[in-house]
Design a protein around this ligand. Structure first.
Ligand code: HEC
Length: 209
């Protein structure tokens, strides 16, 4: 009797061992979880551009409006003879460099509204981290222009240590896209008429600054 039992135990253990062996031979497949972007102090322009392209097409949701050429200006191709965004960015506002103009477009989109379009662009600095914002700027500059974004730019627009970073958490920040809404009517923009320093309590945007 105990011989039969021993045989059964042996077969069970043998089978387990075999499958464990097979399981360990199979290469581990890792699912791509979107990660908070971390760029070091010596990040290269190429790394910024590569990261920016992912933000542009991914979490930034830019092609939703900018991919059609009707709702928003083309960013990857020529726009009505003014050239790609990396070229025309320096010519939009007198006295503003390409980098300054692009940052303004993402931080305060209503400050300069491209003629022929509605001011529907969401405030991207509210829903993207400084890393994501600056890498997307580098990506836009690379469209026909010179990439001059550095790690310094990222460091300068980082909130004080301890403050929550938008875009770093998974969707609890309530940004237009983080909240799942792509409706341009969602009031995500800060009224441009509000003087700087006015109480945020009176703002309907909930932007606490
Ligand atoms: C809800 C639609 C919408 C989304 C989403 C959107 N934009 Fe825009 N964007 C616009 C519109 C409309 C304009 C033109 C009017 C204006 O200047 O505000 C514009 C203008 C711009 C400009 C200025 C273009 C020029 O020719 O001077 C830049 C740069 C820009 N967007 C970048 C982005 C980036 C980068 C993203 C993604 C992170 C993005 N936008 C997402 C609607 C959108």
């Amino acid at each position: 009797m105990w011989v039969t039992n021993a045989k059964i135990v042996g077969i069970v253990l043998g089978t387990l061992a075999l499958y464990t062996l097979i399981a360990n031979k199979i290469p581990q497949v890792q699912s791509e979880v979107p990660q908070a972007l971390t760029l070091g102090a010596n990040v290269t322009p190429e790394q910024l551009v590569a990261a920016g392209e992912k933000v542009f097409n991914g979490i930034g949701g830019c092609p939703t409006c900018h991919g059609l050429g009707t709702r928003a200006p083309n960013l990857l191709t020529d726009e009505k003879g003014t050239g790609p965004i990396g070229v025309r960015c320096a010519k939009r506002e007198p006295g503003k460099s390409c980098k300054q103009y692009l940052y303004e477009s993402l931080d305060n989109p209503t400050a300069y509204v491209v003629s022929g379009y509605q001011p529907i662009m969401p405030v991207m600095t509210k829903q993207l981290s400084p890393e994501q914002v600056w890498s997307v700027i580098a990506f836009l500059e690379s469209q026909g222009g010179t990439v001059d974004v550095t790690a310094d730019d990222i460091a300068k627009s980082k909130p004080a240590a301890g403050a929550p970073t938008p875009g770093a958490s998974s969707g609890s920040t309530g940004g237009a896209f983080a909240g799942g809404s792509t409706d341009p009517k969602t009031p995500t923009r800060r009224p441009s008429s509000r003087p700087p320093g006015a109480s945020p309590a009176t703002s309907s945007t909930g932007r606490a600054r």
